[in-house]
Design a protein around this ligand. Structure first.
Ligand SMILES: Nc1ncnc2c1ncn2[C@@H]1O[C@H](COP(=O)(O)OP(=O)(O)OP(=O)(O)O)[C@@H](O)[C@H]1O
Ligand SMILES: [Mg+2]
Length: 277
């Protein structure tokens, strides 16, 4: 693309649980797509923390300071409406969101939206607009609790929770708007090499849940210090060949992890572009 005729593919990274790795994941996906020459626009709906926008600001500064040629996408920060009663704020949020989407569809192959770790009008609108919804969850029953509660003795899924119900509503809403479907992907994040028993239990709860709620459950990312360290430089593991960073074995493994994540997302044109490498 982009010839202005087709709509952009909307990727939303969302989970009402704070700190599950949404912004880190979003940044790695964005840079992976840019490395394949895709036009990508970023929307940061977390107008308070602005983690993704800050990540990109750091990238810009680092590239300038070190004279590096790094691709940097346009980023739009959309804050929620603050004035008026609930209906007025909902109206304002909906208007601002759709105007921004209309503008970005014209110029992008992909629109990548990073949601805040809480419920809001804007986050709900983004979920309904998603073609691909990615939900990172940390490897713990505390995080899984937002998707479903589990039986304390058997660890079997008992009933669905808040976030799964919100996504269900978003799917219904989306079907009504344009009969579109949302490819919901739940990925584990920060899986550790230790604590095999917990890992197995969370794994089987997620496998059971994916049939009931209809998401695709993928492996995701391991717990690695490097994901935390790269933020101040605005770099990702995908950039290493274009920078002065020293590459260790752990980085190589992490890069493979990102590559597998990108394959697992099954985004339009992704395979095609890999084949053209
Ligand atoms: N795979 C990982 N390994 C190690 N640390 C990670 C990993 N993924 C994320 N982190 C760290 O976990 C913390 C939370 O990550 P991040 O900010 O991406 O989450 P978030 O879901 O966007 O949070 P919020 O809900 O506050 O927006 C950060 O300190 C980040 O560096
Ligand atoms: Mg975030």
């Amino acid at each position: 693309m982009s010839e202005g005729t087709e709509k952009a593919h909307i990727i939303v990274v969302g989970n009402e649980k704070g700190g599950s790795g949404k912004s880190t994941t979003a940044m790695h996906i964005a840079v992976s797509l840019m490395q394949r020459d895709c036009n990508i626009s970023i929307v940061d709906l977390d107008s308070r923390q602005k983690t993704l926008a800050r990540y990109l600001e750091n990238r810009l500064n680092y590239a300038e300071q070190h004279k590096l040629k790094l691709s940097i996408p346009d980023v739009y920060i959309l804050g929620r409406a603050m004035d008026g009663d609930l209906d007025q704020m909902m109206f304002e949020d909906t208007k601002n969101f759709s105007e921004l989407m209309d503008e970005l569809h014209e110029q992008s192959d992909y629109i990548l939206i990073d949601c805040p770790g809480s419920d809001s009008n804007l986050a709900r609108l983004a979920h309904s607009a998603a073609d691909t919804l990615i939900t990172p969850i940390n490897d713990s029953f505390v995080d899984l609790d937002l998707l479903a509660s589990v039986d304390p003795d058997t660890f079997k899924v008992d009933k669905l929770s808040l976030y799964s119900e919100m996504v269900w509503d978003a799917r219904k809403h989306r079907a009504m708007i344009d009969r579109g479907t949302i490819d919901w992907i739940v990925m584990r994040n920060r899986t550790s090499a230790l604590d095999a028993k917990n890992k197995r239990r969370v794994n089987s709860a997620l496998k059971e849940l994916q049939k009931r709620v209809s998401f695709r459950y993928i492996q995701g990312l391991g717990e690695r210090v490097v994901y935390r360290e790269l933020f101040p430089k605005g770099l990702t593991l995908v950039d290493f060949r274009d920078t002065d960073q020293k590459i260790t074995l752990s980085h190589v493994a992490a890069r493979q992890e990102i590559r597998r994540l990108m394959d697992d997302l099954q985004l339009p044109n992704w395979k095609l572009q890999i084949e053209n490498d």
